[in-house]
Design a protein around this ligand. Structure first.
Ligand SMILES: [Zn+2]
Ligand SMILES: [Zn+2]
Length: 220
């Protein structure tokens, strides 16, 4: 059965959040829309720019910003065409900004894609707040999978990129990977509330509470 996309995953009076799988369902791109002016942020548009443009039009969204949870090719692949089409800001942690142009580091060389993720217009750091209308998205620096990996927290939503997955964690064998750093980042995530909806860069969603109990990498 074909699942109709985008998939609604969060809805409040303030925002709508959708999941649009890209790259044949490999990567989770999230579209977050504030409901006053329909301003939208795309989190990890990894590819399929034409599809994303169609979805944004259908949702009547006004895209303003791309946020990359990290600089790997499968999270940045549609950055450049979307930036050109809408004049979007691109926000990425300062330690991953160089990956947008570096095929060696963004792993495009290992896989495929042209490895060009557009140009970053905003460099993020730990504790930054990204405003989208009245929404405030908090930036948590969670290195390990890459040096500049981040998680994003808004209300009950935790976008975890390739740091934490449903019953798994990000790999640390790609350039810039650091297992010890990832373990520290995961420790930090376990301090957050159980009722957060975990929205990872790949595979299925979860809750932080479920992962704390069942994810073998999060057990003490
Ligand atoms: Zn990655
Ligand atoms: Zn990934």
């Amino acid at each position: 059965m074909q699942i109709k996309t985008p998939i609604m995953i969060g809805k409040t009076a303030e925002y709508l959040c959708y999941l649009q799988p890209v790259l044949h369902g490999i990567t989770n791109c999230y579209i977050l829309i504030e409901r006053v002016n329909n301003k939208a942020v795309l989190i990890d548009p990894g590819g399929d720019a034409e599809k994303l443009i169609k979805v944004l039009t259908e949702l009547n969204a006004q895209p303003e910003l791309i946020i990359n949870t990290h600089g790997h090719w499968d999270h940045i692949g549609a950055n450049k065409p979307l930036q050109q089409k809408y004049g979007l800001e691109i926000a990425i942690h300062e330690a991953d900004a160089s990956l947008l142009k570096d095929i060696g580091k963004n792993a495009a060389g290992f896989f495929r894609g042209d490895g060009d993720g557009g140009h970053a217009t905003r460099l993020l750091r730990e504790g930054d707040i990204i405003e989208l209308g009245a929404l405030e998205i908090a930036v948590l620096h969670t290195p390990g999978h890459t040096p500049g990996g981040i998680c994003l927290k808004l209300d009950k939503l935790l976008f975890s990129g390739d740091t934490l997955f449903n019953l798994s964690i990000g790999r640390t064998d790609l350039p810039g990977g650091d297992y010890e750093a990832l373990v520290n980042s995961l420790k930090r995530l376990t301090q957050l509330e159980d009722n957060l909806l975990l929205l990872p860069g790949h595979s299925k969603s979860s809750t932080l509470g479920y992962e704390k109990v069942h994810n073998p990498y999060l057990r003490p």
